[in-house]
Design a protein around this ligand. Structure first.
Ligand code: AMP
Length: 541
């Protein structure tokens, strides 16, 4: 027997429609790549998203057509999220930090028909256009005054001209909630990037999921500034969750440096933010240097890479900002887990609480997870046994876009994350490594993440990476590669001593190498494939 409730399909445009109706005067504030601050309301954003929808329809955009973006966090990018998806087309956010060959691969693989780009990327797209034959029209996300006097870009026009020709009198259409709404390629550190095609249903459910209090937690009282880019897994869903909850949204544009971020945190009374550890490590340094404090910022979510416990401690003790450590992937929309205490943990000592919160955390309803051994059997939740992390749920990928190969699913429908993890009796998951990064020393597994976290707790260490290098006796041993803090002295012996007694003897790194900087992926993660190449011949006695 079927229930007798309305079968209203979940669609992302209903989120902006809701915000325009019930939070009409709540603001979206953006720092523009072409300069200046733009400020308007959800009501105005909905109207302009509809103008964009009308413009795309006039260009004969059809259901499922891909519309690419090379853009920062701005109100125009926000309008693309809604205007493109709202008519049943697919908003394909592209990471401009990828290598040009990867960008060309992605645009051609997705067969983007239109490409919207920020002024910053004009020189880049001028170089890409000739090798991206599917793109019929390139749209500069700015006013006509910023158009170049001459350009070979097919159909080049300004975003503001496109919108100005439309009225915004438009009703968002209804269609199947399983229709694709956005596309994001993984960063592809080893293989070619792979496309994850989100649906309206998965996106709306994920936006609900991240709004829950034990998840990212969003409210109409919040002023949310996603520091994670809108080209990185839809800025972790915050451009959907903010209007869903009626939270004010602050979009920092291209200005991801600490000084620009701090200025916006303060001028816009931001209460809540989110980003990868590198952003917060730099910001911490900036705050310390100027002996600065935040007036309103009280919470931030850190994920995308392991958050060092030393960073969490410094933020709460020095800046009165709580870090929620979260884990996720492009393939999981991205939120999988977040670390928030349970009632039974409130009586723990502050050190014990910090140890729990340093883990990647508990699943939110909508994601299920388990760890399995090499034989595929489930491992116990004892916080000790570690194995391959598998997840499933309505916002987890089932297959890659036009992959041509079977997906990464097990025969019983779980997605293989490629991460290795433990799960404790309270359900807190802790990532020990990417499966490719685990160091196997004489049959024992060593977590590179644990060693990196400890290294950055040393006051003279700015950043650290650990990789396995050849050892005749143990087959692999950990090598610690370190960037010193500017102006600070630190010797290899001093740093190795720092590990004594803080980790099991067999986990202590065998050697330290100092470098000026570490390589990162386009999403700010350590690029260990590069480090393994750089230190390919390295071996320890
Ligand atoms: P991406 O799809 O580019 O966002 O990368 C996803 C991968 O980033 C995951 O599979 C993890 O290896 C890593 N990752 C994300 N969040 C965390 C975290 N909190 N701690 C450790 N690794 C993380």
């Amino acid at each position: 027997m079927l229930g007798l409730m309305m079968a209203e399909p979940l669609r992302v445009a209903t989120i902006i429609e809701h915000a325009a109706k019930w939070h009409s005067d709540t603001e979206i504030v953006s720092r523009l790549p072409e300069g200046g601050i733009h400020r308007y309301t959800y009501a105005a954003a909905n109207r302009r998203s509809k103008q964009l929808a009308q413009a795309l329809l006039k260009l004969s955009t059809e259901n499922g057509d891909r519309v690419g973006t090379l853009a920062w966090n701005t109100h125009r990018h926000f309008e693309l999220y809604y205007g493109v998806a709202g008519i049943g087309a697919v908003c394909h956010t592209i990471n401009p930090r990828l290598f040009p060959e990867q960008l060309v691969y992605i645009i051609n693989h997705a067969e983007d028909r239109f490409l919207f780009f920020d002024l910053t990327f004009l020189p880049l797209v001028e170089r890409l256009a000739a090798v991206c034959p599917t793109v019929e029209k390139w749209v500069l996300m700015a006013g006509r005054e910023h158009l170049p006097a001459q350009s070979a870009l097919p159909g080049l026009c300004s975003y503001e001209d496109l919108l100005a020709a439309e009225t915004g009198d438009y009703e968002w259409p209804t269609f199947d909630e399983n229709t694709a709404c956005s596309l994001c390629y993984t960063s592809g550190t080893t293989d070619q990037p792979k496309g994850v095609l989100y649906s309206h249903r998965s996106t709306v459910l994920h936006a609900y999921g991240i709004s829950l209090p034990d998840s990212l937690g969003c409210s109409a009282l919040d002023v949310i500034m996603p520091v994670v880019p809108m080209f990185h897994v839809n800025a972790w869903g915050l451009p959907y969750a903010a209007p869903l909850n009626g939270s004010k949204l602050v979009l920092p544009g291209a200005g991801m440096d600490s000084a620009s971020l701090y200025e916006l945190f303060e001028s816009e009374n931001v209460t809540f933010s989110a980003g990868v550890p590198t952003i917060w490590l730099a910001l911490l340094q900036f705050m310390r240097e100027g002996q600065r404090q935040f007036t309103t910022l009280r919470r931030t979510v850190v994920g995308g890479a392991s958050c060092p416990p030393a960073l969490m401690k410094a933020f709460v003790e020095e800046l009165n900002v709580t870090i929620t450590h979260a884990w996720g992937m492009t393939e999981t929309s991205p939120l999988g887990t977040g670390s928030r205490l349970k009632a039974t943990q409130l009586d723990l000592s502050s050190t014990e609480k910090a140890a729990v919160l340093a883990k990647q955390g508990r699943v939110v309803f909508g994601v299920d997870m388990k760890i399995v051994g090499d034989d595929g059997h489930e491992l116990p939740h004892d916080g000790v046994a570690f194995g391959d992390l598998l997840v499933r749920g309505p916002w987890v990928v089932a297959d890659y876009f036009r992959s041509g190969t079977p997906g990464e699913l097990t025969s019983d429908g779980w997605f293989r994350t490629g991460d290795v993890a433990t799960i404790d009796p309270d359900g807190f998951m802790q990532i020990t490594d990417r499966s490719k990064d685990v160091i196997k020393s004489g049959g024992e597994w060593i977590s590179s993440i644990d060693l990196e976290n400890l290294a950055v707790a040393h006051p003279a260490v700015a950043e650290a990476a650990v990789i396995g290098v050849h050892s005749d006796r143990w087959s692999e041993r950990p090598l610690l590669i370190v960037v010193r803090r500017p102006g600070m002295e630190l010797s290899a012996d001093e740093l190795l001593n720092f590990f004594r007694g803080r980790v099991a003897k067999f986990c202590e790194p065998d050697a330290v190498e100092f470098v000026d900087s570490l390589p990162h992926t386009a999403t700010g993660k350590l690029l260990k494939t590069q480090l393994r190449k750089d230190f390919a011949g390295y071996s320890v006695a």
